[in-house]
Design a protein around this ligand. Structure first.
Ligand SMILES: NC(=O)c1ccc[n+]([C@@H]2O[C@H](COP(=O)([O-])OP(=O)(O)OC[C@H]3O[C@@H](n4cnc5c(N)ncnc54)[C@H](O)[C@@H]3O)[C@@H](O)[C@H]2O)c1
Ligand SMILES: N[C@H](CO)Cc1c[nH]c[nH+]1
Ligand SMILES: [Zn+2]
Length: 433
């Protein structure tokens, strides 16, 4: 059963702290094992990749290579129906349209008096690795969400890694890659996939940045290789927080909570409501809906371990609690969502109104479903075109422009005791001795 507690409970702060710390509580066993896998891949390359892929994904290295070749990808086309293909294509179109709006331009400006020129040049990253999860479920939608913003940015080399349990490729994942023209694909998952992308092996050339969601092993490995390569964010086990008022349909709320619980035993689903009646009804509906789910065991564990219904005195207090948790997905299932929106500070994606189920954002709305988890929406943003570009500042000074600032540079360099800096300007304007 999902736990229900109230803002007025004496131990409310402790209970909220447990929820808030879910993303922070580092599991030392996971840390240790991920550290060992990464080091092993760094030292032993392909041999380590094959060993771990056999151990964790039951892939026989005698039967399957590390690369997934074009023939295997093309063969999957016949396993995907026309309706499935069209739905993938339509989702890709709306994701591309949304991300096209995020494009950034190089800009350059000349000062009309001095002739100085300042600007910012925007270029795509050379190479990125996209992680497509595949342990407990297969995610064709994550191929689209990861790769399309990289393509919009103009990244030349997009490398996809995806685990293939038992060696079986998922046709939907392969067709999504084919539809986008992704050709460099490796049969790799977990920390070993992240190690291969970060350090490189005999088969996998390293990349500049790794993006994409994954389970605790993937999220921990990305955090550990940050610095060697860039990463997008910590996009770990899924989360949903729903703020609902008495007008919300309890069954809709229950199903939406379960939609994220079914991803992973470590997923988290929270309802915050100002209605005790709704709280009770949602709790009952969760039990009824759970019984219908094929992934009941996963969702049950997630609801029992990381689920909660919190009764708050009013919607403003509900928003305050949500801001403290900073969820990956936030649904505002209230009569006036745009009014409540102004009180929300931290959430990866915000779904407004009674009709907007979180699942539309997972697949078809257009915004990215790779989102920060574990409270990191306080400072991380959704995956976007910005993740796939780099910027350089452009600075050009004329003689007149340099003369205008020379005195200030001399004063500031003297304050820092950095004489060569000062002389580099004095000499050019004729003050050097
Ligand atoms: N935040 C987001 O944007 C977002 C989007 C989609 C999915 N998700 C999340 O992605 C995750 C997908 O998880 P998944 O497990 O289905 O697939 P996954 O691909 O993330 O993980 C599978 C890999 O985990 C590794 N692994 C499993 N058990 C291990 C162990 N005991 N030791 C070391 N490595 C081990 C294996 O290498 C395996 O290949 C879920 O948590 C889901 O909620 C998040
Ligand atoms: N809800 C996930 C992000 O946490 C994304 C996803 C893909 N498919 C279904 N859901
Ligand atoms: Zn989802």
């Amino acid at each position: 059963m999902i736990q229900i507690f109230s803002r007025s409970d004496r131990d409310f702060d402790e209970k909220l702290a447990v929820i808030r710390n879910r993303g922070q509580s580092l599991d030392s066993a996971v840390e240790k094992s991920v550290g060992e896998i990464l080091e092993d891949v760094r030292l032993n390359g392909d041999e380590a990749l094959k060993r771990y892929t056999q151990k964790f994904d039951s892939v026989d290295p005698e039967t399957y290579g590390i690369s997934i070749d074009a023939g295997t990808v093309e063969a999957c086309r016949s396993e995907v129906s026309a309706r499935q293909y069209d739905a993938l294509q339509r989702a890709a179109d709306s994701i591309r349209a949304f991300h096209e709006r995020q494009r950034r331009q190089t800009w350059i400006e000349q000062d009309s008096v001095t002739g100085n020129i300042l600007g910012q040049r925007v270029l795509p990253l050379d190479s990125v690795g996209i992680y497509v999860p595949g342990g407990k479920a297969a995610y064709p939608s994550s191929v689209l969400m990861n790769a399309i913003p990289a393509q919009v940015a103009g990244v030349e080399r997009i490398v996809m890694v995806v685990p293939t349990p038992g060696g079986e490729v998922n046709p939907g994942v392969m067709v999504a890659a084919h539809l986008l023209g992704i050709t460099e694909i490796y049969r790799l998952g977990g920390a070993q996939a992240i190690g291969a992308l970060a350090y490189g092996t005999e088969t996998v050339a390293p990349v500049d940045k790794i993006v994409g969601p994954g389970n605790i092993y993937v999220a921990t490995a990305k955090r550990k290789v940050f610095g060697r390569v860039d990463i997008d964010m910590i996009a770990g086990p899924s989360e949903i927080l729903i703020i609902a008022d008495e007008g919300a349909d309890p069954r809709h709320v229950a199903i939406d909570l379960l939609s994220q619980a079914e991803h992973d035993e470590m997923a988290s689903s929270i309802l915050v409501t100002n209605s005790s009646k709704l709280a009770e009804k949602v709790s009952v509906a969760i039990e009824e809906e759970l019984a219908l789910l094929p992934r009941q065991a996963i969702a049950r564990k997630s609801i029992d371990d990381y689920g909660a219904i919190i009764v708050a005195p009013d919607l403003l207090e509900a928003a305050r609690i949500s801001n403290l948790i900073a969820p990956e997905h936030l649904e505002l299932a209230v009569a006036e969502p745009f009014w409540l929106l102004h009180t929300i500070k931290s959430a990866g994606a915000i779904f407004m109104g009674y009709h907007t189920s979180e699942a539309v954002g997972d697949y078809v709305a257009g915004p990215n479903h790779v989102l920060p988890t574990g409270g990191t929406a306080r400072f991380f943003s959704p995956l976007s075109v910005d993740d796939f570009i780099k910027k350089s500042s452009l600075i050009y000074y004329t003689q007149a422009g340099l003369e205008e600032v020379a005195r200030d540079v001399e004063i500031l360099t003297a304050m820092e005791g950095l004489d060569a800096h000062g002389r580099s300007v004095s000499y050019r304007v004729g003050d050097g001795t």
